[in-house]
Write a protein that binds this ligand. Sequence first.
Ligand code: BG6
Length: 523
Amino acid sequence: MHAWATSEEVFVADRTNNPLRQGLVGERLPEPASIVIFGASGDLTKRKLLPALYTLACERMLPPSFAIVGFARKAMTDEEFRAEMKEACSKFARSRPLDPAVWDSFASGLFYQQGDYEDLASYQALKTRLATIDAQRGISGNRVFYLSTPPSTFPVAVARLGAAGMVDPQADRPFTRVIIEKPFGTDLSTAQTLNREVLGVLSEKSVYRIDHYLGKETVQNLMVLRFANGLFEPLWNNRYVDHVQITGAESIGIEGRGGYFEQAGILRDMVQNHLFQVLAITAMEPPVSTSADDLRDEKVKVLKALRPIPEGRFDEFVVRGQYRAGTVAGRRQVAYREETGVAPDSKRESYVALKIHIDNWRWAGVPFYLRSGKAMPKKVTEVALVFRGAPLRLFGETARVAPQPNVLAIRIQPDEGVSLRFGAKVPGNTMDIQPVNMEFRYGTSFGTEPPEAYERLLLDCLLGDQALFTRGDEVEASWKWISRIHKAWETERGEVEMYDAGTWGPDESDRMLLRDGHQWRRP
Ligand code: BG6
């Protein structure tokens, strides 16, 4: 940090210890590097990764010397890979239609290497190929390996990278960073094992566990809202907040992913990772700085403070649901049990609602209600802080409408923005009170579309900034809490409550809140 830096510059320059980042945001340009994508013939590569990298190229955020090497079992030439990726980017990139000049230069850095994830010789061949590409394109050995393969291959891929001498955990330059897709384990013990296996080869500073929700502009804005404003933080505690609701609803069903979903369920698919990250950012203390470790230390403290569900009172805190057939936004949705790959008597949850207490000074006594479900009326992800009422009902006698609680709602997606609900006097000669909203909308205020989460995350990894990636202890802390629920379900506790597709979940979920005198928002 320079002595003459302005306060804005200090904020940005302090974000990382990486000297490359000692500048303003607009100057963030990574060093020459190759990104190797394991699982390059998969859906994520086509829908998200290549489109994100292409958009970064359009925005001149990629270094001039750059290569992307697809690695997968399928036989393909470089030319075939380029053609497939061109089609994918034309369909899914944010910067569309493709700019022919940018595409040509981007495509000249695309390569494909066939290989088997288990076979050491494939890694040795990849190593030789990367050295040739380095020499051709002026890259000095910096690598990012992106594991977008089935989770069962994560340990072997990392082990083979080590055995082939492709990673040096001690070396800062050239750097080797490994991005690991979700799911990181399926419970506490598998996550611990995976951490051990990965950290047997790599150091924590080269492991980038991805949770794409952290790459969402609106999730980052939660931190900005809290810590770059003086207004909200004084109210952000149990003196003023009555309860918090976090919703991650989707209108889609499981979309042909029956095999996966039967193993996962919504608790593993959405809650352990995405919603817990949102919960941690909503509840954490202000970090000492925005460096990766300071930020992650605070999130871990929240996850450690989650009160375990009390034995014998399971039903008060967890509702598991599954959709029957129904209609979602005019579209017919088959029942979960009729989806391909799903057992006809499956108990796997497509919906879950949780009541969580955070046993710390700030949040004691404030319930956090979380819900996530498939086949709901619409897609909506939001955090809502519902505030306590005014201490005295001054207008109680005369007002015809009872004042409703103030709500600060942070809309993560869609219609990204923030709204604040408060009571206003209805014009006229009575003292009637009506709730009104003060609105901030990204579209209106900034007039631009927020970037895709993967753009930001890939760029941050190239820059060596782990702030928006999860740390090993953080993942374990969240599994520790979640795994207790899976254990209880295994012992047949907790009924599966059915709900019609296209509704807001089982009635039991409403009853869980009603018992506390609350009700779910209908966003
Ligand atoms: C993924 C889950 O991690 O997140 C999917 O596997 C889910 O089931 C998706 O649909 C939701 O992500 P987003 O960004 O669309 O909210």
